[in-house]
Design a protein around this ligand. Structure first.
Ligand code: MLT
Length: 207
C-alpha cells in the first residue's frame, strides 16, 4: 500500500484559511517541508490563506517536487508529470477549501520556484501570480502558454553558486515572451534568502 505522500493526487500539506481572497501556494526548496515557508507567507501577506504541500520525491531522504539527474539537470518527464499532479492538487484543494484558483499566488524557493515556473509554463490557469526565489528554466514548453495578465516576480542572488544568473535571466525572458509581466530583482547574496528578498517580494505583491 503506498504511503500517503505517494498516493496519486494527494500531498501532505498545510492549509490555513485567510482573511482575504488571496491564497499563497508555498513551495519549499530541496530538503524542506510543508512548514518551512509558513513564516515567509506571514511576512508576504498576513491576510492571505496558505496552501503548502510537501514535495513527494525523496532525494536521499530530502523532499523535493520532482526528480533531478544531477545538480541543475532535471528529469523532464518526471517534472512534467509532477507539475500536472501539483496543478490538479491546487484545483482540488480549491474545491475542498473553497478558495478561488484565479487568486492563487505561488511563492517558491529554489526547487519549489522551479516547479512554480513549470506550472506557469504548463498549467497557468491555477496561478494568478508567482514569486520565484532563486529559480531557473525548468523546461522548454512544446507550445508557448499565453501568460497575458499573469505577473511574476523573480529574485536572484548575485553570488548564487547553484543557480547561474543567466539561467534566471533566460527564465524571465521566456515568461515575458509569453506575455507575463515580469520583474527580476538581484540580491547581493547567494542561494539563501535574505531580508531584502522578502521585503522586495512583499512590496511587489501589495503594490
Ligand atoms: C533544483 O533541483 O530544482 C535546483 O537545482 C534547485 C534545488 O536544488 O533545489
Amino acid at each position: 500500500m503506498p504511503k500517503a505522500e505517494d498516493s496519486p493526487g494527494r500531498f501532505v500539506h498545510v492549509w490555513k484559511a485567510g482573511r482575504s481572497e488571496r491564497t499563497l501556494l508555498l513551495l519549499h526548496g530541496t530538503g524542506g517541508d510543508e512548514n518551512d515557508l509558513v513564516p515567509l507567507a506571514r511576512m508576504l501577506d498576513p491576510d492571505a490563506a496558505v496552501l503548502s504541500p510537501r514535495g513527494k520525491v525523496l532525494e536521499h531522504g530530502a523532499p523535493r517536487f520532482f526528480r533531478r539527474l544531477a545538480m541543475g539537470v532535471f528529469d523532464v518527464e518526471d517534472l512534467r508529470r509532477r507539475t500536472h499532479e501539483l496543478a490538479d492538487f491546487v484545483a482540488s484543494a480549491a474545491a475542498e477549501y473553497g478558495f478561488d484558483v484565479r487568486r492563487v499566488v505561488a511563492a517558491g524557493f529554489s526547487n519549489g520556484a522551479n516547479i512554480a515556473a513549470a506550472m506557469l509554463l504548463l498549467r497557468p490557469e491555477v496561478l494568478e501570480k508567482a514569486i520565484l526565489f532563486r529559480a531557473m528554466v525548468p523546461l522548454e514548453p512544446e507550445t508557448r502558454p499565453d501568460l497575458t495578465g499573469r505577473a511574476v516576480f523573480l529574485s536572484a542572488g548575485r553570488t548564487d553558486t547553484m543557480i547561474p544568473g543567466e539561467d534566471t535571466e533566460r527564465l524571465a525572458k521566456m515568461l515575458g515572451d509569453c506575455g507575463a509581466s515580469v520583474e527580476l530583482q538581484w540580491s547581493p547574496g547567494g542561494h539563501g534568502l535574505a531580508a531584502e528578498d522578502i521585503s522586495a517580494a512583499r512590496s511587489w505583491l501589495i503594490r
